[in-house]
Design a protein around this ligand. Sequence first.
Ligand code: T1G
Length: 687
Amino acid sequence: MSPISTKIHGDILIVEANNPPVNALGHAVREGLVKAIEAADAKEAVKAVVIIGLGQTFFAGADISEFGTPKAFAQPVLPQVVDIIENCTKPVVAAVHGTALGGGLEVALACHYRVAVPSAKFGVPEVKLGILPGAGGTQRLPRVAGVAKALEMATSGNPIGAKEAHDIGLVDRLIEGDLEQHAVAFAEEVRAIRPLPKSSERDDKLAEARANPALFDDFRKANAKKFRGFDAPEAVIKSIEAAVAKPYAEGVLDERKLFMELMSGTQAKAQQYFFFAERKAAKIEGLPEDTRPRDIRKVGVIGAGTMGGGISMNFLSAGIPVTIVETTQEALDRGTGIMLKNYEATAAKGRMTAEQVGQAMALLTPTLDLNALADCDLIIEAVFENMDVKKEIFTKLDAIARAGAILASNTSYLSIDEIAATTKRPQDVLGLHFFSPANVMKLLEVVRGAKTAPDVLVTAMQLAKRIRKVAVVAGVTYGFIGNRMLMPRQLQANQLLLEGASPEQIDRVHVEFGMPMGPFQMADLAGVDIGWHRDPNRIENIRDKLAALGRWGQKKGAGYYDYDEKRRPTPSPVVAEVIDEWRKKTGTEQREITDQEIIERTLYTMVNEGALILEGGFAQRASDIDVVWVYGYGWPVYRGGPMFWADTEGLAKIVEGLKRQQPRLGPDFRLSSLLVSKAEAGEKLTR
Ligand code: T1G
């Protein structure tokens, strides 16, 4: 049964797409579309055509699950489909609801007209998959929406709303009411208009770029930092440059060439892998089919510090009331003040209205009384990272919280099982590990205790989506997934300092690899004093010494680097001296450290730790580990994540490197048997 069906309304042929869940333009859909358009052309009685999606949306793009299979390039390919639509001898109207994305927008652009409901969205997210709009999008979009808007949309991959699309001429009419009915009426209106308006033949909106040849290079410069390391954005720019410089028929050949080059590259494979990895992370294997989430209407947060405030903002922004508890009025006022300041900063950037800020803050109930949490459905503890403090709080919560309330700790490292054991309801206890700043970072590690009930887990995963987080289930192991993998990286980075590398060299290697910053830049940002024992007389390593000197990082103007008033880092002679002193004190033999050794000792050991986490069952799948690292630490998505990257490096090469470095990896290093066995079997971690 074809996912494309047709019906006649008067003399209008309505073409309906029914390929749930998102009407992806798989091979059968492409075939059906061509057949329908050819039928419309052949039937004298048909005066116009409406193409509409059934279900949640218009076409949301090519079928990504076909990529890498023969179906992706089975005729008719999308470039053929869009040209057949545009060359139809009757006017074709795209009736859009939901999201017209990628190939979906390209189909709409090939139609002669576009109408949409106000909630519809239009975008070309291909760049997020490491490719570019490959069915005429880079040629038609600039001609319809203008070059600047096309550049912005196609290099960011972010959609625009129907109102904006209408304002820039991408949508001909906004439809209030029944989409199909109004689209047919629109088709009736335009049925006799000739010549048919073809996007590929428009030229008026290219004039701005022709009059400003610097436009493209200015755009490159303005976005250099954002595009650093990615191949696709530059290819998009080149393809749109071709749209301006050449007639459609030639420019579309450039687009095709650039598309095929990207599609065959590792970055596209990595980003397409990651698209599915992110969605797979939301699925918890092995839960009873009938597990239902609990209802979360009210949240309690204990602690109004940086984390507690940031965590609260996630719920307030999603319209969920929060009762926030502190121990002193001063701490409470400071915490709620910072939350308001953060909201106001967001509003100043135009990302929230003042009214929305007011609405969010109105849902907040600050209090000094822990008993005020008695009616909360979920209570999140976000206090000092000390097990005794947490145990004391959970003991109290056990007596206060209503039956069925979920009790969560935001701990970054500590055992959820130990915390749960202080309550009579271990089945209601889990970890919700937010990443700082909690109101910004998308990652949420959902830490599953040995006794955490299935419905508690399902509730957490559903709530994560509601507060726009990407959740990954982690087991109870010190540091869970992300922070546990950070430890060998930090250990080796510190050791490399002693052996002759500088903070600048180590950080440079990581930044050149694609990380947003290296281990020491990250320490300065987070705070050199985080996790420090705070005894300035107890100096056991370089970090202790810097912390004792008050070099706590950016917030103090000095850490592993010196900072100017704009927080710009420069190498620090003081730090060089401290490192030298410790090299002598530890009698460490000095030698030339190569960049490759830094990669092997910091990134290979991270991969090994990820494999140990998998071995221990503390992550459900290797791709979950990649989701943690991309969303929690800025791992470059064009490398897929540490586990995908290991597969592209080659596991045998990684094992060989680790064995070579083993004498320097310290007594606690343990080579993962899973990594070794996969390497020997020529298998991959992520497939
Ligand atoms: N192909 C195949 N499956 C897709 C899909 C797609 N394009 N989009 C979504 N899915 C699956 C997804 O894996 C999940 O499956 C289910 O649908 C619901 O998705 C030539 C080449 C449309 C905004 O990049 O942005 O066109 O996990 O959980 O939150 O130029 O899906 O249920 O088994 O995300 O409501 C360009 C990608 C393709 C759009 C809906 N298009 N999709 O969000 O649901 S390249 C895209 C999305 C292209 C042409 C090129 C979102 C959504 P499962 P979901 P959602």
